[in-house]
Design a protein around this ligand. Structure first.
Ligand code: TMP
Length: 234
């Protein structure tokens, strides 16, 4: 597998072509942004943590029946993935109130929901990734009704699988964001699942063990990413 020219550089990853048009190489960066890129920084070691952790989780999800873009880890930061067309919908599920949910509805963080919530954001940086209802996604033809049903089914499996997986590591899965893409016309899970894209609270102390440490200047950012990877690898 040859790493060819860079195709794209995002906020947290670079994407390279390979000699196989169906495969890409993602290279995870230590760059961190928050609030739609307004806040910028670096988290030393984050790229490796997010790469290795995403790959462990994607392999687990494959076993649970969720197809993913994962092909092969090349190094601590680099992974071969299937070349998907990303659907411009961020899929967010929540088990406990936090973040924009708490802010939007004027409630405290930490309310445990009877049922998980499911929402879309329109993946569009110029608009600040606004919350989007399903009928608007259909109206704009961002996905078909059938693709949305598949996304909902897979997202529920991701939530159930990861709730149990993280609990076993002493972490509560508060909420998460996932992205899907099309590969040979089929919906598959893409992007990453990491402390950048999940909220994880320590089971005993409720300490925040995710990117909120960076977003909110809580300190011990690097140490927390390393601790999460250590627990995930156990
Ligand atoms: P929110 O409470 O800010 O809407 O975030 C919900 C979840 O989505 C949380 O686990 C963090 C994750 N997330 C991303 O992965 N990318 C983003 O750009 C944002 C805003 C949130």
């Amino acid at each position: 597998m040859e790493k060819l020219e860079q195709l794209y550089e995002g906020k947290a990853k670079k994407v390279f072509k390979t000699d196989d048009p169906k495969l890409l190489i993602v290279d995870y960066k230590d760059d961190a942004t928050a609030f739609n890129g307004e806040k910028k920084g670096q988290i030393a070691g984050k790229g490796a943590v997010n790469n290795v952790m995403s790959n462990i989780i994607f392999q687990l999800l494959e076993q649970k029946g969720v197809p993913t873009h994962f092909v092969e880890q090349l190094s601590q930061r680099e992974t071969v993935v299937k070349a998907v067309k990303i659907l411009p919908l961020e899929v967010i599920m929540r088990n406990v109130s936090a973040g924009s949910f708490a802010k939007r509805y004027g409630v405290e963080e930490g309310i445990v929901f009877d049922q998980p919530t499911f929402e879309f954001s329109y993946k569009n940086d110029d608009l600040g990734d606004p919350l989007m209802c399903e009928s608007h996604a259909l109206a704009l033809k961002l996905a078909t009704a059938e693709q949305i049903e598949t996304i909902k089914k897979y997202a529920s499996i991701v939530n159930e699988t990861l709730k149990e997986f993280f609990l076993d590591k002493g972490l509560k899965l508060i909420d998460f964001k996932i992205e899907f893409g099309l590969f040979d016309g089929e919906v598959i899970l893409a992007d990453e699942i990491s402390p950048d894209t999940c909220r994880l609270w320590d089971v005993k102390t409720n300490e925040k063990m995710d990117k909120d440490r960076f977003r909110r200047d809580l300190g011990n950012v690097e140490e927390t990413y390393q601790e999460v990877l250590k627990r995930v690898q156990k």
